[in-house]
Design a protein around this ligand. Sequence first.
Ligand code: KIV
Ligand code: NA
Length: 270
Amino acid sequence: MKRLSVPKIQRRKVDGVTAEPVVMLTAYTARTAQLLDAHCDMLLVGDSLAQVIYGLPSTIPVTLEMMCNHGAAVVRGSYHSVVVVDMPFGSYEVSPQVAYENAARILKETGAAAVKLEGGKVMAETVRFLVDRGIPVVGHVGLTPQAINVLGGYAARGRSEAEAKKIVGDAIALDEAGAFAIVLEGVLEPIAIEVTESVEAITIGIGASARCDGQVLVTEDMLGMFERTARFVKRYHNISENIVQAATDYANEVRSRSFPGPDQLYQPKT
Ligand code: KIV
Ligand code: NA
């Protein structure tokens, strides 16, 4: 199977209609990427690795080095999906030039095909700068976790008419700047529908609407790794129960000296 390309993903949307929705999940490790790859169109190396892997309170402390290391692992573990790597907080906001240098580093060090960055109109010039110079960009509007210190929480966005208008305007600005896809996170459904109908970019919903051109979830969220998640997470599994059960069984067997058993022991050659 040949790896999908950004233009191939883009071509899913014809005259505003995406017949086959784009499937995206997060991955931070090679093995997870291997398991998800064949079932996805895009794998996102999200800066949500802050909370999911590193136990950090927000995505703010994530570094470029972390994103490069995990991005490279995910590229090594996949051969089909388009790999998108999040640009961490502080690595792209200051200027298009700085954003380019850091995005180029991500692509060089990881082999990923695209980067994702948060923000609307204010980032449009940067998106244009990157795309014109060979770096495909995914935008991200609505609930943008890197803005946690400005937003004050992770509540849904676009409840007031002014805020709804701003989100739609931000998405259109990213679209006009050349973003090939736009993540719409934590927005009321009518906003997601309006954006999806207004832009050429592939809209990727997370807590948005089934009418987006695609969907993304944090893999560990949908696997049931955490007790508490956002309303928009659907749990397709309860992996934390499996892990706790396995750890319990192992601990019991070690303590009762029933592990290792005959099957796990090296036998003398006969
Ligand atoms: O970091 C992340 O996982 C994301 C998705 C939730 C869109 O940005
Ligand atoms: Na992110």
